[in-house]
Ligand binder design. Structure first.
Ligand code: SF4
Ligand code: SF4
Length: 295
């Protein structure tokens, strides 16, 4: 089983549409939606949940008024202003650091597991998908990404799937690190805009740091040919293959609105482009490549 993580650095580059297209093109893949802060792969995959589990992301403090002597110690030590003047803890503001718990002379503060969301194993028309929903105002998405990915790996190994396709989170922070570590290959989806190129370069640095072989794909490549050219030159100079250049086409958005992958929605040149991209990428994933350390 080979694990491909699709990432972008910048959000909104079309990463999820590309992941969905690959799901339809791969012979036997398991899907993982690790973009847990803004999960939208389910819009195209229409998953039918077969297993739902709570995600415990940390702990939350709670004052028991019967034991509290109102000494005020907890108010002084909480750096997150999570405790009100009448000694109640606001769960949304509590970061679960535990400092108040350790400082309470009356042992009046309970420190309970905090449910931060749910994760699911679902059936889709393209195979099994593992995904999650983070609770409102909840963080800890790096931990939830790790959970989703671990579950998806277990399913993929059990099913002897050929590929695990991971729709990664945007950015270069903790969630994306949780999504790429130990993967077989990363597809970096970018577009010809200065912010996307900046983020692509940082994502490349991250992949190099974690020694993940990578390929670049340029979405909406025709909206700024000069910047597309500069992406190609940068990749060439750094030994990174640009496996696909996808032109701007409103069909990608229309397909997502219709709940279809682009290859289900469009049977013209765009479909051919995605087929070629998948063929070239899946062939590259099978090959163990040396990692370029210079980018
Ligand atoms: S430190 Fe403990 S006893 Fe003092 S106000 Fe806070 S909860 Fe109450
Ligand atoms: S656990 Fe930390 S953040 Fe939460 S109330 Fe106590 S001191 Fe504040």
């Amino acid at each position: 089983m080979k694990e491909l993580v699709i990432i972008s650095g910048k959000g909104g580059t079309g990463k999820t549409s590309i992941t969905a297209a690959f799901a339809g093109l791969a012979k036997h893949a398991v899907l993982a939606d690790c973009d847990v802060d803004a999960a939208d792969l389910h819009l195209v995959m229409a998953p039918k949940v077969v297993q739902q589990e709570s995600f415990i992301g940390g702990k939350v403090a709670e004052i028991d008024p019967r034991r509290c002597s109102q000494c005020g110690q907890c108010l002084q030590v909480c750096r997150f202003d999570a405790i009100t003047v009448d000694f109640r803890i606001q769960p949304i503001a509590c970061e679960g650091c535990g400092v108040c718990v350790w400082n309470c002379p009356e042992k009046a503060i309970d420190f309970n597991p905090r449910k931060s969301g749910d994760w699911f194993i679902s059936k889709t028309r393209f195979g099994t998908m593992v995904h999650a929903k983070l609770g409102i105002a909840e963080e800890n998405s790096g931990k939830l990404v790790t959970k989703v990915r671990k579950q998806a790996r277990e399913v993929a190994e059990k099913q002897k799937a050929e590929f695990l396709l991971v729709d990664g989170p945007p950015g270069i922070g903790c969630p994306v690190i949780a999504a790429i570590g130990g993967a077989d290959h990363a597809l970096i989806v970018t577009e010809p805009s200065r912010s996307a190129i900046h983020d692509m370069k940082r994502t490349i640095e991250l992949c190099n740091h974690f020694k993940i072989p990578m390929t670049v794909c340029i979405n909406r490549a025709d909206i700024n040919k000069e910047l597309t050219g500069s992406i190609e030159i940068f990749c060439q100079d750094n030994g990174i293959v640009v496996a696909g250049k996808i032109p701007y086409d409103s069909a990608l958005t229309k397909a997502q609105i219709a709940g279809k992958t682009i290859t289900e929605f469009d049977n013209g040149p765009l479909q051919d482009l995605f087929v070629q991209l998948w063929q070239s990428l899946s062939a590259r994933i099978q090959v163990k490549e040396p990692i370029n350390q210079e980018a």
